[in-house]
Structures are given as C-alpha cells and as structure tokens.
Ligand binder design. Structure first.
Ligand code: BG6
Length: 496
C-alpha cells in the first residue's frame, strides 16, 4: 500500500460509530474487516471505534465478544494476538436506546472526546435510519464533516427508497452519504474497470458489433438461511437483481468515465440504468423466468423446499430464482441482450460474468465446428477470482488435420499476484469510507433508477399469468431458464 494512500486515512482523527454493533453483520463481517485492515497497517493510530448497541454491556465485555467473533470469522487472529489486541484497544462500547433522543447526548460527548470526524455506520434495519439520523441531529452530532454509511436494503420499491433517501438527504449532503452494495467492494468487480479501460484490445471490441450476448450469474447453494420472514417479502428480484446484478450490469455496459471519481462513474452508471428497456406484462414470457425451489439434495444431503423451510407460514409465490433477458437501448448495446440469472439452493455457488463474442462472418473450418468458433471471456468473482478467455487453437497432431479446440488463457488472481488471500469486500469498503472516496458506493439516482426498472418488471410479472416454475434444491434451476435463452439461439456458458 502506498504511503499516500495510508496518509489519506490518517490525516484526520476519525471515530467510527457502529450502530448495530452486536448484530450478525457487525460480528461476521465488519469487525473481521477491521482486523484485516489493522493487520495490513492501514488504520491510523488515532482511529477509534465506538460500538453502539441496545444491550447492557461494558466495553470490556464487548471487546471479549469481538475477540470470540474474530476467532471464528478471522481465524488468523488467534495466531496474530498483537494485531488482534491493537484492534480491540480501539473499541469502546456505548449502550444506547436508539429511539431515545436524550441517550444520544452521551454518544455525542463520546464522539467529541474521541476525535473530530465521525462516521456513523448503520448496520441496522432500514426502519431505524430515520430515528437515528434525527436523534443524531437533535443533539448536534451531525456536522459538515460527518459521514453516514447505510446498508441495503434502501427501500423495497421506488417509493420507499425515495422516502429513505429523502430522510438521509434531510440531515446529510449526498457527498456525506455512503450507500453500501457489498458487490462493489469485491476485488474482481473493481477489476472490471481495470480490464475494460486498461486493455485497448478489449475496449475496441466492447459493443454490440462484436459481442453477441452477456451472461451475469450469481447463484448460491445456500437457501434463505432462516430469514423466511424477511425473504418472503423481497424474493430474488429485490434481494439480488435490484442491487448486486444491476450494479454488475452497469459496470460491464457503461461508457468510459471521464475520470475515475465517484461523480463520473455514477453518471455513466445512471445512463445505463436509464437505457434499460422496460418489460411489460405482454412480453414477460419472452424475457423473464421465475422459479421456486422444492425439496432436494445438496452436497450435505436432503434439504427442504422453500415452503417447508423453518418459519414458512403459508403458500407463497415469492421467487427464489429469476432469469431476465435485459436489453439496453443505446448506441453501444442495441441488439446485445444481457441475461441476468440468480437463485438460491442451486447446485453450487457461482458468481460470474460471461461475455460471448460474435463469430467471424465467414467460417473456413469444417462445418461441424461452426458452433465452437467463438471467443468467450469469463470474469469470475466466486468461488475463485480470476479471468479467462476461451481461445481457439489447432488440436496437436498430424492426424488431427485442422481440428479446433477451445482452451482458456487463464488468470487466477491469487496465483498471478502471489497473494495469500483476496480481501473481503467489507475491508475495501471500510477503507474507502475512511478515505472519503464514494466511487464504490451507490448514488441516490442509481438506487432510484434501479428500483424504477425493477418495480416495473415486478408489476409486469404480477399482471402476467406466467407460472412460478418449480426446481429441485441442488439443481441448476428451472429448465425454462435454459429454454428462454435457447429461444434466442444462445446458451449458458456451462452448457456449451
Ligand atoms: C446479500 C443478500 O445482499 O448478498 C443475500 O441479501 C445473498 O441473500 C448475499 O446471499 C450474497 O452475497 P455474496 O457476497 O455471498 O455473493
């Protein structure tokens, strides 16, 4: 890490106020991310962490809790006792009734005695955004240098996201607001920018002229993980497409930004969202497939279907799988579909972007080889992070004549950079908040444009008579998703 980057984070004394500090997200993701930043020497010595929770606890008891969480979620911490201790020493706990404005006075004095610049991180349900902001403001804890970090979901439709954004905007300027979509902190997602704008060989190919279609897949083997109550209201469309998959689509499809700063990148992403073609109920069958998992077998054995999960209360039409054929109506992408596919309880966890290039206009090899003569670029985010380009070469051997074969030119980020690990998205995002760089956070307009498109697709699905397609847990989703893409002469990468 360069000194200038480190200095960026150490110029001001900062206090990081974590609301929801005893919650799952904080213990599983946020403290382990702090630990890794501490380990990498990226935290200014003066940085303090103020953990805010509803439970009665002393700072000492809370530090113990963080230590045990680190032992589970950042296992190196057990060996690296010194780093762990240095992080723990930064933490103080403060008990607060979040809806009680008078309680915030003690928070304000703790912030003031700890340092100058406060970042309020809301690892709390969205319903608490307004009261927390209001109470912080009431006691004068919001000043022009304060920052606020909000976790998803920012609403469950356009109207509710506008309401949340209005509340945030009432107390904070947009330049102080950091909306998290953790996909943007993933190393390979950022690599999309390097790949697209640092390699002229790709930049010159990047349009409908050379690209046949693009697949964006984020499928998981896990189910809904005891979150039936929450999940049944959102489904895969709101949980994954609205944020994560549309963000990936934007980064693949956007025009080159004038500069690599938040404003330029956000402007370009907004243009893409504005150009997404609406899907009406009449053309749902040609563009959308929704599914729901039933009982099935996963790697660990039998797993219950969605309607038999713990907490399931009634029949539900919520989709646990969705595949959408999205079209971008602009000069660059007209005629090149983007297939978005995401599901729970699928055979394995895979997150990848696959760019299928068009074949050359004239085929000179044996006709039976026609279908393989095309290049494919795979940008893989999970389970391993890397990039490969499928190339055509001649099969070795005189007897092979001019038989072709496809092999990957493969770049594995761990291997090629001799890295021992790839940083978790939260490490990057926390670091960027400290630096005050909003490039990896989602702007208000993006959130609302994404919701506008999703609302419209959700409404169209509700109006259409298309059934919800069942699929067994542990499978590759409903067969109808394969048929949808085949209808357009395309194939999923794994079927080729
Ligand atoms: C979250 C969703 O935002 O992303 C979860 O709410 C999903 O349902 C998770 O499992 C997937 O994240 P990742 O980083 O594991 O792909």
């Amino acid at each position: 890490m360069s000194d200038s980057l480190k200095n960026n984070c150490s110029n001001n004394t900062q206090v990081f106020v974590l609301f929801g500090a005893t919650g799952d997200l904080s213990l599983r993701k946020i403290f382990p991310a702090w630990y890794q930043l501490q380990r990498a020497g990226l935290l200014a010595p003066t940085l303090k962490i103020l953990a805010v929770g509803r439970n009665q606890s002393t700072s000492e008891q809370f530090r113990q809790k963080v230590s045990s969480a680190l032992a589970t979620f950042a296992p190196q911490s057990q060996k690296d006792i010194d780093t762990c201790q240095s992080l723990i020493d930064r933490i103080d706990y403060i008990q607060l009734e979040l809806l009680e404005s008078s309680d915030y006075i003690k928070l304000k004095s703790a912030v003031e005695s700890a340092g100058a610049v406060a970042t309020y991180y809301l690892a709390t349900p969205p319903s608490l955004i307004e009261p927390i902001c209001e109470n912080l403001n009431k006691v004068g804890a919001v000043i022009s240098t304060s920052k606020i970090v909000a976790e998803k979901p920012i609403g469950c439709d356009l109207a509710s996201s506008k309401a949340i954004n209005d509340k945030l905007a009432y107390y904070f300027d947009e330049s102080q607001i950091y909306r998290i979509d953790h996909y943007l902190g993933k190393e390979t997602v950022q690599n999309l920018i390097a790949l697209r704008f640092g390699n002229s060989i790709l930049a010159n190919q990047w349009s409908h002229k050379n690209i046949d279609y693009v697949e964006i897949t984020a499928v998981e083997s896990v189910g809904i993980e005891d979150r039936w109550g929450y999940y049944d209201d959102v489904g895969q469309m709101r949980d994954m497409i609205q944020g994560h998959l549309l963000q990936l689509l934007c980064l693949v499809a956007m025009e080159p930004p004038a500069q690599l700063n938040a404003q330029s990148i956000r402007n370009e992403k907004e243009q893409v969202l504005q150009a997404l073609r609406p899907i009406s109920s009449g053309n749902i069958p040609d563009n959308v497939i929704r599914g729901q998992y039933g009982d099935g077998q996963c790697a660990d054995g039998f797993v219950p279907g969605y309607l038999n999960e713990v907490g399931a209360k009634f029949q539900s039409e919520t989709e646990t799988f969705i595949c959408i054929r999205a079209e971008i109506d602009n000069w660059r992408w007209s005629g090149t579909p983007f297939y978005l596919r995401t599901g729970k309880r699928m055979a394995e966890k895979v997150t990848e972007i696959v760019v299928h290039f068009k074949p050359d206009p004239h085929h000179v090899f044996d006709t039976d080889q026609k279908s393989i003569v095309r290049n494919t670029l795979i940008i893989r985010l999970q389970p391993t992070e890397g990039i490969s380009l499928q190339m055509l070469t001649k099969s070795q051997g005189i007897e092979q004549g001019m038989r072709l074969r496809r092999d990957p030119l493969h770049l594995d980020f761990i291997e090629s950079q001799q890295a021992s690990r790839i940083p978790d998205a939260y490490e990057r995002l926390l670091f960027e908040v400290l630096k005050g760089d909003q490039s990896l956070f989602v702007g208000r307009n993006e959130v609302e444009l994404a919701w506008a498109w999703c609302d419209q697709v959700i409404g169209a699905c509700d109006q259409s008579s298309q059934p919800l397609h069942p699929y067994p847990a542990g499978s590759s989703g409903p067969i109808e998703a394969r048929q949808l893409i085949q209808k357009y002469g395309h194939q999923w990468y794994e079927d080729q």
